[in-house]
Design a protein around this ligand. Sequence first.
Ligand SMILES: [Zn+2]
Length: 194
Amino acid sequence: MRTSPLRLLQDPTVVVLAAGHGGSDPGAVNLPHKERDQAITITDQTADLLRGQGVEVEIAPHDEDTERSIQWVNRNFSFGDAWVLELHRDSASGLDLDDASRRCGIYYGTSESSKDIGNFVRSSFILNGTHPNSWARPDTASNFGRLGWIRQTRPVAHLLELGFMQGKNDDAHLSWLAKVAATTIMEAFTGRSF
Ligand SMILES: [Zn+2]
């Protein structure tokens, strides 16, 4: 039984996850760590956790870059049938290790309902142990001014930034980030907790 408290998530029946970057774009790099590889690890683990809770999840093909992932989403899903999330790791210098490891964020789109999801996710992140600096921002506040993942996909779309490449990078930490992502997505999408 699903009873999302969020208007835009009441009709969709499937969560679609995509790992950020891909193709020839590795995303942020903090040698030897590549954002793209970590995003794939986190995406796969998040999907497993959600499926274990009975949530229907599809994963965009990992061999596609963002542009082709958007095309894949639009071939397979329409507005109202899916919630599509692209998962990233953030990058910045000068943060302390704890902040860099645990600060998570969400970019939302132009509508108030999309912003409602952003604010819900930010609160859920923090309740699930992320850093108090965790944030929700409109995509116009991103470095790119607007995000194709949010503007060009037909279904409701958001983009998550899960910790920084300059924070912890070990497998246990990536699994913790996947647990945070899965728990938060579950709460927003179903109104239920793990
Ligand atoms: Zn990224």
